[in-house]
Design a protein. Structure first.
Length: 389
């Protein structure tokens, strides 16, 4: 399997779009520009200044499908023609009011409804903290007993999550639960486990929890839930990722004076990730794997395993997933070879998705090797098309 077929990787991108992507990833290779750009974008929003056009035609269309669902579905359909599935997400973050949380619920239910009608949308997703106050996830993770208004607010959060899951079961669309910071995650895991015990009792898991293998304790956690699922007879859906909050986690650990929960090096994270991957692959009768990674070696590890076991490339229990606008060389080449590929496709009004876009820009700057790889591939394709000397 090769990922450097840029003709396949960028077949949906026009010359103009590729130029823009090239320019954008060049900016991402300069950390200070990303830092300044992020601060500037937030300031411009706060001051209510018009910034729509510049943002729309640079960062926004690279990482988001559109600002509304109808136009996003057109992108989903184009991806689908190349055997690439999608999962849509209204990417507005940080809902703090009860009204905002109800709005988040409405969006997820809407996404589930359209996913039901479209075979190329086999998953939907939610972030638990979009449905309940962050402080309560933190208190629960600390082991605090909730009382009074906290308890009522927590019940409402659980009610929203349950409503999503019941609807996902009804429409038979798999539902991913994102992983968040370690100081919130125990509460999320507890809820996710209960949901899997309750709803993943058919042949195919519907509820998927996310496991971040940059955490030192995740391999033993994974073993624990796999053991539990066998004992109790439920299926587990696992989105396996390395983890997105590296700097934040390490900074908080230093500030609060506890030992960081994160592996001490990238190498240690990779080792942990591979061990998790191997474990899930060896238990495919109990687990369904959703590999959320832009790492070629991790992807090849799964492909090699599938080859060795002589299982079909489109095995129903193995999904490869990348973010919209990133790692297209992996997504489109895998899809062309027949593997089950699914892109995370965010959408939403520009102003609301800015925090998501800033995170993407920062990730591209900080994840070593990612931006040079994207840049080289885009450059290769522009040269192949005779558009760059
Ligand atoms: C479809 C999809 C869904 C995702 N969902 C989530 C989610 O729900 N929650 C979440 O947290 N993340 C999520 N992510 C992001 C993911 O966790 C990674 O941050 C991102 O994909 C980069 O990792 P990689 O495997 O693609 O690439 P790589 O470049 O191989 O790995 C980079 C990652 O390695 C780890 N790392 C880097 N340096 C070090 C170091 N010095 N010490 C220890 N570890 C290090 C970090 O996790 C870093 O993000 C998702 C990613 C995708 C593609």
């Amino acid at each position: 399997m090769r990922f450097d077929d840029t003709k396949t990787a960028y077949s949906l991108r026009t010359d103009r779009e590729l130029y823009k992507a090239y320019f954008l990833f060049k900016i991402f290779s300069k950390q200070f520009l990303v830092y300044i750009g992020g601060k500037l974008a937030l300031l411009v929003i706060r001051l209510g200044l018009p910034f729509d056009s510049l943002f729309r035609h640079t960062v926004f269309y690279q990482f988001c499908a559109a600002d509304n669902q109808k136009d996003s579905l057109k992108k989903v359909n184009s991806l689908s023609k190349l055997n690439v599935n999608s999962y849509l997400h209204y990417a507005s973050e940080g809902q703090k009011t009860e009204r905002g949380m109800d709005e988040s619920l409405k969006r997820v239910l809407e996404t589930l409804t359209i996913s039901k009608l479209n075979d190329s949308l086999p998953f939907a997703v939610f972030k638990s903290t979009a449905f309940g106050p962050v402080e309560l996830f933190e208190k629960k993770t600390r082991g605090e007993k909730l009382i009074g208004e906290d308890l009522s607010a927590w019940s409402r959060a659980i009610e929203r999550i349950t409503q999503c899951c019941e609807f996902a079961i009804k429409v038979n669309v798999r539902l991913l639960i994102d992983a968040e910071e370690s100081w919130l995650q125990d509460a999320i895991d507890e809820v996710a486990l209960e949901l899997m015990q309750r709803y993943n009792i058919g042949k195919q898991p519907i509820i998927f929890n996310t496991i971040q293998m940059y955490r030192k304790d995740r391999l033993s956690y994974l073993k624990k839930i796999i053991h539990k699922s066998k004992k109790e007879g439920f299926q587990i859906g696992i989105k396996l990722v390395r983890g997105a909050y590296l700097e934040k986690e390490n900074e908080k650990a230093v500030k609060m004076g506890y030992s960081s929960p994160i592996c001490n090096s990238k190498k240690a994270t990779d080792k942990n990730f591979n061990a998790g991957l191997d474990l899930i692959l060896s238990k495919l009768n109990q687990c369904e794997l959703f590999l959320g990674s832009h790492n070629e070696e991790s992807t090849l590890r799964v492909i090699d395993w599938m080859n060795k076991k002589q299982i079909p490339v489109n095995h129903s229990r193995i999904w490869f997933s990348q973010l919209y606008g990133m790692a297209d060389h992996i997504s489109f080449n895998l899809a062309a070879a027949g593997y089950q590929v699914i892109k995370y496709v965010p959408y939403g009004p520009i102003k609301e998705v800015v925090p998501y876009l800033i995170r993407r820009a920062e990730e591209n700057t900080s994840v070593k090797g990612q931006t040079p790889r994207e840049l080289n591939l885009i450059k290769k394709e522009l040269v192949r098309r005779g558009k760059l000397g």
